[in-house]
Ligand binder design. Structure first.
Ligand code: DX5
Ligand code: ZN
Length: 217
């Protein structure tokens, strides 16, 4: 299994972003949390900031949109060159149409599910997406505790993807630490977002290496 570690800059120092991006150059992708204080009760930044992150980041951008109106806003993140754009299933009535648009523009297309959202309606749509994000906290804030009760959802996606011979990346986001990453990997996740456990560590590169080793164990 290929393991991908994606530090979340939600836990970085926003006014020293270029240096904060350099700290995680050993990671696979940088996870960029966009929040609008509407879909979630928190606010980060929008396309102008993400465009600058794209310009200075040594690694590709995995954009996680925690915003309403994704049909309007998501294509812009693909257009600015993000490697991957993930929108929430709860934020659009037409996830397949939006995913196709993102792929046409040239980014990977991801769909995210909040903890309370059932996976079943999406299992037959897997070929339409490059990534599924199973949230392991309620979206909105870093530093929350991992919800192990989401592992059934992860296992259901893994089983369906394997049965279909799909290359889908299975991402988990929220509360990923050295203590929880093995559980998520065992359930079938292969792409791990980690905010506080990477940026809160004295040496981000060592934290990334530690997570990578624990996920592969
Ligand atoms: C939460 C964000 C996460 C957050 C994870 O809504 O989507 O990406 O940064 O932070 P940790 O790893 O601290 O739980
Ligand atoms: Zn996120």
């Amino acid at each position: 299994m290929t393991v991908r570690i994606e530090p979340s800059i939600l836990s970085a120092d926003f006014v020293n972003m270029e240096a904060e991006l350099a700290r995680i150059a050993d990671a696979d992708y940088v996870h960029v949390d966009v929040m609008d204080n509407h879909f979630v009760p928190n606010l980060t930044f929008g396309p102008q900031m993400v465009q600058r992150i794209q310009a200075v980041s040594p690694i590709g951008l995995d954009v996680h949109l925690m915003i309403a109106d994704v049909d309007r806003w998501a294509p812009g993140y693909a257009e600015l060159g993000a490697f991957s754009v993930t929108f929430h299933a709860e934020a659009t009535a037409e996830p397949v149409k939006l995913a196709r648009r993102l792929r046409e523009i040239g980014s990977r297309a991801g769909i995210a599910l909040k903890p309370g959202t059932a996976i079943e309606p999406y299992l037959e749509l897997l070929p339409e997406f490059d990534q599924i994000l199973v949230m392991t906290v309620e979206p909105g804030f870093g530093g929350q505790s991992f919800m192990a009760d989401q592992m059934g959802k992860v296992a259901a996606v893994r089983a369906a993807a394997d049965a279909a011979g799909s290359e889908l990346w299975l991402q988990v986001d929220g509360g990923i630490t050295l203590d929880t990453i093995e559980v998520a990997a065992a359930a079938g996740a292969d792409t791990f977002v980690a905010g506080s456990s990477v940026y809160g560590a004295p040496h981000a590169g060592e934290a990334i290496a530690g997570l990578r080793a624990a996920a592969a164990a």
